[in-house]
Design a protein around this ligand. Structure first.
Ligand code: SF4
Length: 304
């Protein structure tokens, strides 16, 4: 498939280079990025202060829509809207908008499928497809914002995929989300969630200077149980994970959150609760308890 390069994911340097090659004044590069990232256009013709000739050239050179919306579903309580997008190579991915208590949070996917294989997660059951490009990651936020017509307040990397398993593209997408020439999101309004790839957590904190929020999927305070639920625990066990979190704790500007999917008769005992507290307390971490949401592919039950 011979595709035009996507415009989402470009940075000022790339656009300046393009302007130079085409003998376009350099200030136009900044204008193009502003229309794309800040003003959220979906057609170059919407860029009012750009000459028609430049709009035509941009349309010829770049693709502004590498994702197309296939389906939109609102939850029964109306607080969540699920978007199904198709990539240019026909892969499907989901993004979710959660509109709750004055916050409009978008949950982004970072991969097609996921290699981690958490037993309670539908994304981990299918075949792994590929990493999403930075542009495809941020285009989800742009498309959701545009479709619902109101600005987003928060961005979470908690959709399909393990963000730290697609490190380079996720870091690039974080840069564009935060940059003044990009979306201009404050780092404290962005959360990256991981199943616990320990070395990558350390790299992520160094890379983001501890500013972007970190969320870690815990799901059990016992190694044997956690390995059953989150197979990566076999490679990076609790000792390594908690040790790494202790190491970076002082460098983080925000508190760590542990995600804990509560499953009936699996990880909902008092001993587990005490174990989680033992892990979370020294790190002053918050624990987010999520009642298990049944999926067809697993026989677990929601907690009472
Ligand atoms: Fe699902 Fe996240 Fe686990 Fe991947 S890491 S299988 S997306 S819960």
């Amino acid at each position: 498939m011979d595709l035009k390069p996507a415009l989402y994911g470009r940075d000022p340097e790339e656009l300046r280079k393009f302007a130079q090659e085409k003998k376009i004044p350099a200030y136009r590069a900044a204008q193009v990025l502003e229309w794309v990232y800040r003003k959220n256009i979906q057609d170059f013709k919407e860029a009012k202060n750009l000459p028609a000739e430049l709009c035509g050239l941009l349309a010829k050179q770049f693709d502004l829509n590498s994702l197309s919306e296939i389906e939109r579903q609102r939850s029964a309580d109306g607080e969540a809207v699920k978007f199904l997008f198709k990539t240019r190579d026909e892969a499907l991915l989901e993004s979710v908008l959660i509109d709750q208590q004055g916050r409009r949070t978008v949950c982004l996917s970072t991969q097609i499928g996921c290699k981690i294989g958490c037993v309670f997660c539908a994304s981990g059951k299918g075949r792994f497809g590929r990493n999403l490009e930075a542009g495809e990651i941020i285009e989800q936020a742009a498309k959701v914002q545009r479709a619902t017509g109101a600005p987003l307040t928060n961005v979470v990397f908690m959709g399909m995929g393990e963000p730290l398993d697609n490190f380079e593209e996720v870091m690039k997408s974080l840069k564009i989300l935060q940059a003044p020439w990009g979306f201009g999101f404050g780092a404290r309004r962005i959360t990256v969630s991981t199943s616990g790839i320990t070395p990558k957590i350390i790299e992520f904190v160094r890379h983001s200077e501890g500013r972007v929020r970190l969320s870690v999927s815990l799901h059990s305070s016992r190694d044997d149980k956690r390995t059953e639920l989150v197979p990566i625990n076999k490679r990076y066990g609790l000792k390594a994970l908690v040790g790494a979190l202790g190491e970076i704790h002082g460098k983080l500007k925000r508190e760590i959150t542990f995600e804990y999917t509560l499953i009936d008769s699996v990880n909902d005992s008092r001993q587990e609760a005490a174990g989680v507290a033992r892990i979370a307390k020294p790190l002053r971490a918050k624990v987010n308890i999520i009642p298990y949401n049944p999926i067809e592919e697993a026989s677990f039950k929601s907690p009472s």
